[in-house]
Structures are given as C-alpha cells and as structure tokens.
Design a protein around this ligand. Structure first.
Ligand code: URA
Length: 245
C-alpha cells in the first residue's frame, strides 16, 4: 500500500465517521474575539500584553532577510518565555501556505513550526489528501512561544502582524490554510472557527487577494475527535482547490 493511501486510511480510521456531528451551539455561545490557543492553559497568570512598536520591514525583500529581521527583533515581553524565533518549514515555492497559531514547546526547542505532536497530526491530515512536505510551506501568526504558554492577545498578534503579512507577500502562495481560530481571526475579520471552518475567504494583503480556507486546529481535533469528520470535508475542499489551480 502506498504512503498516501495508508495515510488516508489512518485518517479515516481516526476521523470517527460514525460519530454524530456535534452542534456548534457551544462555541457560538462563547463571546470571544480570539479563540483560545489549542495548547495553551488558562491565561489567569499571563504577563502584561506586549507594548513594543511594530517591526519596520519595508526594506526586507527576501525570506532570509525576513528571518534575520525576526531574529533581531526585540519583541519585549512576548519573547520572555521563548528560546528563539520560530520562522517556517517546508517549501516556500509551494502553492499552499499553512498558517498556524503560535509555537509550542517542541517548536521553541527546534526553531521550526509544527514539529511536535500537533505538527505530526497536521502532516498526516495533509498527507491524507496526498500532500507531502514539499507541497506546502508552514509558519505561524505568532513567532515566539507565548510566555507561560498563555493564549495570544490581540496586541501580541498586532506585534507579529508585520512578519506574517511580509511572509505571505514574499512567498506569494496560491492558497492560505488558516489553521485554528487565532490564525483565522488574525487574517480575516471572522471570529469563531466552529462556524467558519471550511468557508473559503479572500484575504487582502498589500493590495493582493489570497484565497484562504479556515481549518480546525489539529490540537483542537485531538481534544474533539468527533470533529474530524468536518475537518475531512474541509480537507477535501482544499484538495479540490489545489487540483483546480
Ligand atoms: N501549534 C501551532 O499553531 N503552531 C505550531 O507551530 C505548533 C503548534
């Protein structure tokens, strides 16, 4: 059996096809602007939000220069709990750019996004629609592991916004996959991943429009496996869009 088929079957086995769909009402009742980071604990002991001026990336013209600018950027309290900036992995020439939320422990250690257990699930989800690592490029909206692994706040996202916008503008992907509510909210005006996942969006960055698909975060799916069936439908929609390019 080839790897793609095996991956597909694994995913099918996990996605709970027989599990009835869980209604979205619980999420709809939550009045939050930004959905919680999948791996983060409650933010009761979170330090003060970031108060640094935004990065000036106007002279950055390449991915290497962007990475250097990120490494040299003083993000203040945002970097308090981080070993290093987490930039990207995968193929920058791929049509698909995957944008997650914030690095976790393993990503902080390795300096690459989605390399821990959540990343392994992400790779398997994409593998299930026939995508290998060379078919996508992965980064995050937040570039440092959050202090005490707390949830990103809007001003953390604003502090990192120049990096993700420049990143997208340099990579010029055909499709953005917005993984999780924080990524979706950061790049669209939408809130609520439960009601917006699978709905294609147009994301405008410096006068250019990108097709974007919000997807459940794999860490969320690990906690809510019954939602894998919906995620699978979204992945099929992604596959169709990629095939039609
Ligand atoms: N979750 C994310 O959103 N990004 C990572 O890099 C790891 C886990």
């Amino acid at each position: 059996m080839d790897a793609a088929l095996r991956s597909l079957l694994d995913w099918y086995a996990e996605m709970g096809v027989d599990v009835p769909k869980v209604p979205d009402a619980r999420a709809a009742r939550k009045k939050r602007t930004v959905t919680p980071a999948a791996t983060a604990p409650a933010a009761d002991k979170a330090p003060e939000p970031s108060q640094k001026p935004a990065a000036d990336l106007s002279k950055v013209k390449t991915l290497d220069a962007l990475q250097a600018a990120m490494n040299n950027f003083d993000a203040g309290a945002l970097t308090d709990g981080a070993r290093q900036a987490v930039f990207a992995r995968g193929n920058p020439d791929a049509k698909l750019m995957v944008i997650g939320e914030a690095p976790g422990r393993e990503e902080d250690i390795q300096g690459k996004p989605f390399v821990g257990p959540t990343g392994q699930l992400l790779d398997r989800m994409l593998g299930a629609i026939g995508l290998g690592e060379e078919d996508y490029y992965v980064t995050n909206v937040i570039n440092w592991r959050m202090p005490q692994n707390r949830n990103p706040k809007p001003d953390d996202i604003e502090l990192c916004r120049p990096f993700i916008e420049k990143h997208i503008a340099l990579v010029q992907p055909k499709i953005l996959l917005l993984v999780g509510g924080i990524s979706m909210t950061a790049l669209t005006d939408l809130t609520g991943i439960m009601k917006n996942h699978g709905q294609w969006q147009d994301v405008k960055i410096t006068d250019q429009s990108y097709r974007a698909l919000p997807l459940y975060h794999p860490a969320f799916l690990l906690r809510r496996p019954e939602l894998k069936k919906e995620a699978w439908r979204d992945l099929l929609s992604l596959r169709e869009a990629l095939l039609s390019l």
